[in-house]
Design a protein around this ligand. Structure first.
Ligand code: FUC
Length: 334
C-alpha cells in the first residue's frame, strides 16, 4: 500500500496517488479535493482529465467535493435563528452545489495521514457564498485492500450554519464512456423527494414503487429513462434524491456493468442519494469525450433544500458541533 505526492501542475495543483496491494489506484487532486482517476482492474471508472489543470475548465463538478451545501437551496436563501441568509444564485433563481465558487473550485491542503490515506483540508470563511460561520472542513480519502475507496467528511463551524457534503463522481464501469444506460442499478429506496419545475424539493415525499423511478429491483438505467413519468420529464432523465430504506450496513446503491463484470457498492451513513444520469453532459473533452448520459452519479447527501423545509431532517450544524459522515465505493467482480 502506498500514498504519495506524484505531480504538481503548472498552477500548483497537487496530485496524490493511492495504491492498494491489489494494484487498485486512486488519484486525488488538491483542486476541489477531486478524484482524478480511479483504476480498478485496469479500468478507469471516473470521468476527468489527464492534466489536473483540465478540471479548472467547464465541467459539471467532475468528481469534486461539494459544499457547503450539496444540491439545491430554493430561492437561494434560508433563515436560521431568525436571520435570513441570501446566497448566490447560480441555478436560475436557486443556489446549487455551494454557489458561484463552491468547495469544488477551492485549493485544498493535502496531508498524507496513513499508508493509503490522504486528508484534504479547507477553511470556508464566515460569509463565503453567503453562509454564516467559519467552517473547517476535512475530507479523507482512503483506499483499502477490499478495493473500497472510503471518503470521510468532517466539519466544524464557529457559528450555527447549514452543512451537507458529498462527492460528485461521474462513473462508468465499462471502461468507455459511451453510455451509462447499460448499467444495472439497484437503489434501496422506495421514496424520493418530489421536485418542482426548478428541481427544488418542496417537502412532498413520493412513493415510487413500481414506477419508472423504482430501482429496488435491479434494472438497467436505460430501461425506463424515456418513460413519460412526470418527474422523469422534469429531470430530463434521472436527477432525483432517493431516501434510503435500509440501515447503513447494506449499500444504499449498487451498480453493475455486464460488459466489464465490475460491480460498485455505495455504502454511506447519509440518509439519501442523488441519482444523476449525466443529463447535462454535452461532449466535454477530457480523458474521453463525455456526452449526454455517458456517466452516472450517486451523490450521497442529506435532504436537498432541507434548510427551507421544516419537515425534512435538519441540516443545521450548531456552533462547535462536528459534522461527520462517510461514503465508501466498493468495487468487486461478482
Ligand atoms: C447533480 C444534479 C443537478 C446538477 C448537477 C450537475 O447533482 O442534481 O441537477 O445538474 O448534478
Amino acid at each position: 500500500m502506498k500514498c504519495e505526492l506524484t505531480e504538481i501542475s503548472k498552477t500548483g495543483i497537487q496530485t496524490y496517488r493511492l495504491e492498494n496491494d491489489n494494484g487498485m489506484v486512486a488519484e486525488v487532486i488538491t483542486y476541489g479535493a477531486r478524484i482524478s482517476k480511479l483504476v480498478y482492474q485496469g479500468i478507469d471508472v471516473v470521468a476527468g482529465f489527464d492534466d489536473p489543470e483540465g478540471f479548472r475548465g467547464d465541467n459539471p463538478y467532475f468528481n469534486a467535493v461539494i459544499g457547503r451545501f450539496a444540491n439545491r437551496i430554493g430561492n437561494a436563501s434560508f433563515t436560521l435563528n431568525g436571520k435570513e441568509y441570501p446566497l448566490y444564485k447560480n441555478d436560475g433563481n436557486n443556489h446549487l452545489h455551494g454557489g458561484k465558487e463552491g468547495f469544488d473550485r477551492k485549493i485544498w491542503k493535502a496531508t498524507v495521514v496513513g499508508n493509503c490515506s490522504v486528508r484534504m483540508d479547507y477553511v470556508s470563511c464566515d460569509g463565503e457564498e453567503g453562509y454564516p460561520g467559519n467552517l473547517c472542513v476535512s475530507v479523507t480519502y482512503s483506499l483499502d485492500n477490499e478495493d473500497a475507496l472510503c471518503i470521510r467528511y468532517r466539519a466544524v463551524s464557529d457559528k450555527d450554519t447549514v452543512c451537507s457534503l458529498t462527492n460528485h463522481a461521474y462513473f462508468n464501469l465499462s471502461g468507455t464512456f459511451d453510455t451509462a444506460l447499460h448499467h444495472e442499478l439497484t437503489i434501496r429506496a422506495d421514496q424520493v423527494t418530489a421536485i418542482d419545475n426548478e428541481l427544488i424539493p418542496h417537502g412532498e415525499i413520493v412513493d415510487i414503487k413500481g414506477t419508472a423511478l423504482d430501482f429496488t429491483i435491479p434494472k438497467l438505467i436505460g430501461k425506463d429513462i424515456q418513460n413519460d413519468d412526470t418527474l422523469l420529464k422534469l429531470g430530463n432523465g434521472y436527477d432525483f434524491n432517493y431516501i434510503r430504506n435500509n440501515d447503513t450496513e447494506e449499500p444504499i446503491a449498487t451498480a453493475f456493468c455486464a460488459d466489464s463484470g465490475i460491480a460498485m457498492d455505495v455504502y454511506t451513513d447519509r440518509p439519501c442519494v442523488q441519482l444523476f444520469t449525466g443529463n447535462f453532459l454535452d461532449g466535454v473533452r477530457g480523458k474521453q469525450v463525455y456526452g449526454f448520459r455517458s456517466a452516472f452519479c450517486l451523490e450521497t447527501q442529506g435532504y436537498p433544500n432541507a434548510c427551507n423545509v421544516p419537515s425534512f431532517p435538519s441540516c443545521v450544524l450548531r456552533a462547535g458541533e462536528e459534522f461527520r459522515s462517510y461514503t465508501a465505493y466498493l468495487f468487486r467482480k461478482p
